[in-house]
Design a binder for this molecule. Structure first.
Ligand code: NAP
Ligand code: ZN
Length: 392
């Protein structure tokens, strides 16, 4: 292993404790707790986490809202919009050195040999991508823990280079919200002058607007929140209409080249399908439960498509980070302390976020929540300070 930030080469050769915020059950609030990170292996990078965005998926998972398809294992430590400073690297690592800034999105491992992995679509790994949280953890047993924590160890392939000059806190959300909306624009080739609709102006939706505007597409936002109409225009959308405005919806019949739906729960989709042109596609990246209210006749006569899309591969995630940094595209964020996570969750659910909460993970110490059990003789001295608040 190469030298760590403190100069000791053996600092993280054992698994080690770190502070994290997690939920013990679907109904309990997130609290500070101690988790264990694996020892830094030859291909691993250890990040000292600076920022982690709050994605609505974090809430779905912490509250076990996908029980049939992706049941939550507890304790649940969410977080997959992670930016941190590299403080140790394994001796085979070539992509990073100590002091670099790295990002981790939604995937931390995949088989690497199936046709999807070989085509840079690790998110569609045929043997099951390992997600940043709530996936089986091959190294330690149990399940993976996400970025609501002070430190994380990730194989270098799955760590994204964050270019110099990036606004770190506002770039963190691009690691999920950014790639999730960029990937369908790439796949469905959203081009300059085309008309795209964005359903739901939240974390994903506001990034989708910025990305579509950067491609010189014409953007219509469909919102349930009257207070967001002006914001949509400020973000660059040509128009924003309320779902309830039937006259405005009717005027759009057959107009759109692409729709990206970011709504977290199933809703009647037919009125939005009606706005698509012949052969156009509604890409659902939001609701991951049983979809609602589509009319087969209308799909057939309009030769329209309903598609899904999940995040993006590592190469494409690097691409969106580079693309956005070069164009100064970043999330509109509200920076919070870790002890404000539960309040932030409620505000996201209530559509009261403008437009992404990002946790300042360096504020863990200020919240009085630093783990204190030195489980290995060579754990960094700073990690011995403080108290364990909740080991439940
Ligand atoms: P978010 O910040 O909460 O934004 C969702 C927006 O949807 C809200 O701001 C709201 O916008 C609209 N909305 C309409 N009906 C709603 C309702 N009943 N409850 C809440 N919002 C409603 O969420 P996000 O972080 O953007 O994530 C959106 C969804 O995408 C989540 O379900 C998340 O799990 C999923 N997701 C999927 C992927 C993927 O790879 N496919 C990746 C990340 C996230 P208006 O106020 O404008 O109506
Ligand atoms: Zn996410």
């Amino acid at each position: 292993m190469a030298a760590s930030a403190s100069g000791s080469s053996s600092l993280f050769e054992n698994s080690f404790p770190t502070t994290a915020y997690g939920a013990a059950s679907a109904s309990s609030p997130l609290k500070a707790r101690e988790i264990t990170r694996r020892a830094v292996g030859p291909h691993d990078v250890l990040l000292d986490i600076l920022y982690c965005g709050i994605c609505h998926s974090d809430i779905h998972q912490a509250r076990n809202e996908w029980p049939e398809t992706l049941a939550t294992q507890y304790p649940s430590v969410p977080g997959h919009e992670i930016i941190g400073r590299v403080i140790a690297v394994g001796n085979a690592v070539t992509k990073f050195k100590v002091g670099d800034i790295g990002g981790v999105g939604c995937i931390v491992n995949s088989c690497g040999v199936c046709e999807n992995c070989l085509a840079d679509r690790e998110q569609n790994c045929l043997n099951g991508a390992i997600f940043t949280y709530n996936s089986p953890d091959a190294a330690l047993g149990g399940f993976t823990y996400g970025g609501y924590s002070e430190k994380i160890v990730v194989a270098e392939h799955f760590v994204i280079r964050i270019p110099p000059g990036a606004d770190l806190a506002a770039t963190a959300p691009l690691l999920c919200a950014g790639i999730t909306t960029f990937s369908p624009m790439q796949h469905w080739k959203l081009a300059s002058g085309q008309h795209v609709g964005v359903v739901g102006l939240g974390g994903l939706g506001h990034i989708a607007v910025k990305l579509a505007v950067a491609r010189k597409a014409k953007v219509t936002v469909f919102t349930t929140s009257p207070g967001k109409i002006a914001d949509a225009r400020r973000l660059g959308a040509q128009e924003a209409i309320l779902w309830s405005d039937q006259a405005a919806m009717a005027k759009l019949t057959g107009q759109l080249d692409l729709l990206i739906s970011t709504v977290p729960h199933a809703y009647p989709m037919q009125p939005f399908m009606d706005t698509l042109k012949l052969d156009a596609t509604l890409v659902n990246v939001g609701a991951l439960n049983t979809l609602q209210g589509l009319n087969g006749m209308m799909l057939a006569f309009g030769r329209k498509s309903l598609a899904g899309s999940v995040i993006g591969g590592i190469a494409e995630t690097q691409e969106v980070i580079d693309y956005c940094t070069a164009r100064n595209i970043k999330a509109d964020i509200e920076l919070i302390r870790p002890d404000q996570i539960n309040n932030a969750f409620d505000r996201v659910v209530n559509k009261d976020v403008r437009y992404r909460f990002v946790i300042d993970m360096k504020a863990v110490k200020a919240c009085g929540a630093v783990v204190g059990v030195p489980i290995a003789h060579d754990v960094a001295p700073a990690m011995r300070a403080g108290e364990i608040l909740d080991l439940a």
